[in-house]
Design a protein around this ligand. Structure first.
Ligand SMILES: *Cc1c(COP(=O)(O)O)cnc(C)c1O
Ligand code: SF4
Length: 334
């Protein structure tokens, strides 16, 4: 398993990464040496960071800054209140027709804006018997979403067992992965994994998480193509992040790069207001305007939906107006 070897070479120590990025003493002092959410950066992504700067789309996503220590009003540990929707153990059944399985707490990388960073998602028991029983018992569940953490952190054997168990539930028609592996460690998309995917009965969808066009290099594009060749539609989910993709030009370039790689932009998420991430919040109320620029320069299928997660709603909330956020229900109809 070549990809495991690559993963073991991720940067996890501040000194190693700071030396690699040739950071000056002054810049080093702005980096958090022992962040609560550990440093974890694949070499491929570090290689895309400019030297001796803490500005730039890659560095900001993955290098922990002192800013994470700031306490900002409205930024809390669990803004999406997932904990309230845990059905059993590792299953979140929040929306009708689909349920999300937290397959593992492990990821290919640690993204500084992640809304899951305040939780230990590492399940105590590794099996999924209880969760599978829940899915089997609820015939309205046509879609199972594998998330985490990153479901591709699981080894192929465990993944194969899980996928074949899900495939054996007749009412499950769609199986969706949410993963950042293709961006950080595309070597994960190897022949063994591809042959496991090819045997899955429900229609598979893969949602990748790419926030900036620079993340899509030729190896990544090749890995994505192998997935598409199995008849798997590819979608992208991005987060609107200050200093990463908060401009109309970058959002247009991102959409173009995704389309060129055969990936449809699905969602552009507003930041979940997680403690320690206030420095990622883009200027309020500009997202719709920026996406209109994308809409005016690209095919309609290149325009992602701007969404936010609101606790207690039946789905993600589509943001369709530039007006600052109001109480749910008072927005213009979609
Ligand atoms: C976001 C999310 C989903 C998926 O929502 P879609 O709109 O179908 O992409 C499902 N379950 C949970 C708990 C979620 O947070
Ligand atoms: S890969 Fe996803 S779950 Fe993991 S840290 Fe990044 S955003 Fe969070």
């Amino acid at each position: 398993m070549f990809w495991r070897q690559i993963q073991r070479e991720n940067f996890t120590r501040f000194e190693d990464l700071a030396n690699y990025l040739e950071l000056s003493e002054e810049l080093r002092s702005q980096v958090l040496k022992r962040p609560r959410f550990a440093l974890n950066v694949p070499r491929r992504l570090a290689a895309k960071m400019a030297k001796n700067t803490l500005e730039g789309p890659l560095v900001r996503q993955f290098v922990p800054l002192e800013d994470e220590l700031a306490l900002s009003p409205g930024f809390v540990a669990d803004p999406v209140q997932d904990s309230a929707f845990r059905q059993c153990g590792k299953l979140l059944h929040k929306y009708s027709g689909r349920a999300l399985l937290v397959v593992t707490g492990a990821c290919a990388m640690h993204c500084r804006y992640c809304f899951r960073q305040n939780f230990s998602y590492e399940p105590a028991d590794k099996g999924f018997d209880q969760e599978l029983a829940y899915i089997r018992a609820d015939e309205t569940l046509e879609e199972v979403i594998l998330s985490g953490g990153d479901p591709l952190s699981l080894g192929d054997e465990a993944l194969e067992r899980l996928l074949s168990a899900i495939s054996s539930i007749p009412h499950v028609r769609r199986l969706r992965f949410h993963t950042r592996f293709p961006i950080g460690i595309p070597e994960r998309i190897d022949d063994s994994f591809l042959s496991i995917l090819a045997a899955v009965r429900p229609q598979v969808f893969i949602v990748i998480h790419c926030n900036h066009p620079r993340e899509l290099d030729p190896d990544v594009v090749t890995a994505l193509k192998k997935l598409r060749q199995l008849g798997i539609p590819l979608l992208n989910q991005a987060v609107l992040l200050k200093g990463v993709n908060d401009s109309p030009e970058v959002l247009l370039e991102l959409s173009k790069a995704l389309l060129n790689a055969g990936v449809l932009p699905y969602y552009l998420h507003e930041l979940d207001r997680v403690q320690g991430t206030a420095h990622f919040e883009a200027e309020e109320g500009r997202g719709v305007e920026w996406l209109r620029f994308v809409q005016h320069n690209l095919a309609g299928f290149g325009v992602p939906r701007l969404v936010r997660e609101e606790a207690g709603q039946k789905s993600k909330t589509f943001i369709t107006s530039d007006l600052p956020s109001q109480a749910p229900g008072s927005r213009a109809p979609v």
